[in-house]
Write a protein that binds this ligand. Structure first.
Ligand SMILES: Cc1ncc(COP(=O)(O)O)c(C=O)c1O
Ligand SMILES: [Zn+2]
Length: 412
């Protein structure tokens, strides 16, 4: 069955056929969105068919993904991550219906596995030999993970400053790692140049139109896991803006398929030092580059590569952008761990920092249903967590010291 109609350009709105473009709009260079034949798909996918499907990964949505068969699907479980009703964390903010989607539970421990799984499967079907990508770390780690058992290893461009755990992942999975003495934005451009020269398939976020398709599966899961009650708000951190636009695409695809009857408001959480999307949303103007500096390395982006789609998601969903300081981001790490038992990397914790701000400002009310998407595991960046986690008590080997600590900490 032909399920995809083609692409539509997010910048100029032009349609184009699947074979007319590989990455961006042939007319204006804007990013492309995949358009499905919703009428045909309505016959294939329903609440009932999903309920009967035993598949516990993002591949339960194969009908609505740009992949034909199962032969190129990486043999690890991407997606179908847990959704928790975070009662204690919610109570801390005066919210009754706070939910937490823990995407740090993906195979390489970040949300990016959704995109890389889909791109890897598609690259297999279209016969691509080498897949390359630039990344702040997680997209690369996920690509390396999804390609690990393939004959050709991925080529990865990462900034030299990427957290060591993410670089270790790349090397362990066997990728060819090119360490760029510059920013993520410079790594992105270098990767594109190399792909042009060598003919490698480019997985870059906000350039390859299929990453958004993988990311939308998180929205599908939210609808199912909330028993089809669409949340009022979805909070997620934004760097390039591809995750938030992917989530929005998921909700709008399910809406077009008649699976949900309303849509949530999307909230982009950005770091104050890397807020190009928030700036554009506030000004109503185009995306303008910023200096891109924050402790949350995954959202440290000067020029958001999918910024226009992210701003469109905010506008169409009647959502908004919120910025948080690095101090708030770091403080959110132990708050999440202690209030919801989830250890997030700074960019993941940022979603909670944004929610906390909005709750304090009265933008979210007690009975609203809000989801925070935790996009990466805290084990990705232990150094940042240690800045706010406190220190162990030194007890040498003496029982007397243990007693002193127990008394001081009032542990009975
Ligand atoms: C953990 C984490 N959170 C959030 C983001 C932001 O996603 P996007 O750049 O698509 O906005 C990323 C991207 O690298 C990430 O790795
Ligand atoms: Zn265009």
């Amino acid at each position: 069955m032909k399920k995809i109609e083609g692409f539509r350009c997010i910048a100029c709105g032009s349609p184009c056929g699947l074979s007319e473009a590989k990455y961006v709009c042939p007319r204006c260079g804007g990013n492309l969105s995949v358009v499905y034949d919703h009428k045909a798909l309505r016959k294939r996918i329903s609440r009932k068919s999903l309920k009967a499907d035993p598949e516990r990964s993002l591949w339960r949505y194969l009908d609505v993904l740009p992949v034909e068969g199962r032969s190129g699907i990486p043999p690890v479980q991407a997606g179908w991550t847990p959704l928790y009703h975070a009662r204690k964390l919610g109570a801390d903010l005066g919210l009754k219906n706070l939910y937490l989607k823990d995407d740090g539970r993906n195979p390489s421990a970040s949300f990016k596995d959704r995109a890389s799984a889909v791109v890897a499967a598609r690259a297999f079907e279209t016969g691509e030999k080498t897949v390359a990508g630039a990344s702040t770390g997680n997209a690369a780690a996920s690509l390396a993970c999804m390609m690990a058992q393939r004959e050709t290893k991925p080529v990865i461009f990462v900034p030299r400053t990427a957290p060591p755990a993410k670089v270790a992942q790349l090397l362990v999975y066997g990728a060819t790692v090119l360490s760029v003495d510059g920013t993520y934005d410079q790594a992105f451009d270098l990767c594109r140049e190399a792909c042009d020269e060598f003919g490698w398939y480019n997985r870059n976020t906000g350039y390859n139109p299929f990453t958004r398709e993988g990311k939308k599966t998180c929205a599908f899961e939210l609808c199912e896991q909330l028993d089809w009650k669409v949340p009022d708000f979805v909070f997620v951190s934004a760097g390039d803006g591809n995750i938030i636009s992917g989530l929005w695409k998921g909700f709008t695809d399910f809406h077009a398929l008649g699976l949900i009857d309303r849509l949530p408001r999307m909230v982009a959480v950005q770091a104050e030092g890397s807020a190009a999307i928030a700036d554009a949303w506030k000004s109503g103007g185009p995306i303008k580059p910023v200096s891109g500096k924050t402790v949350a390395d995954s959202i440290s982006v000067s020029l958001p590569r999918d910024g226009a789609a992210a701003v469109a998601a905010l506008k169409e969903s009647k959502g908004f952008a919120v910025t948080v300081s690095d101090r708030e981001i770091l403080a959110a790490i132990p708050a999440l761990a202690r209030g919801a038992s989830v250890f997030a990397e700074p960019a993941g914790a940022a979603a909670y920092a944004g929610l906390a701000r909005c709750a304090a400002a009265g933008k979210i009310r007690e009975n609203d249903t809000a989801v925070i998407v935790i996009t990466g595991s805290g084990l990705k960046d232990v150094a940042s967590a240690m800045k706010v986690a406190g220190r162990p008590h030194e007890v040498g080997t003496s029982m007397a010291s243990v007693r002193r600590v127990a008394a001081r900490e009032k542990i009975s």
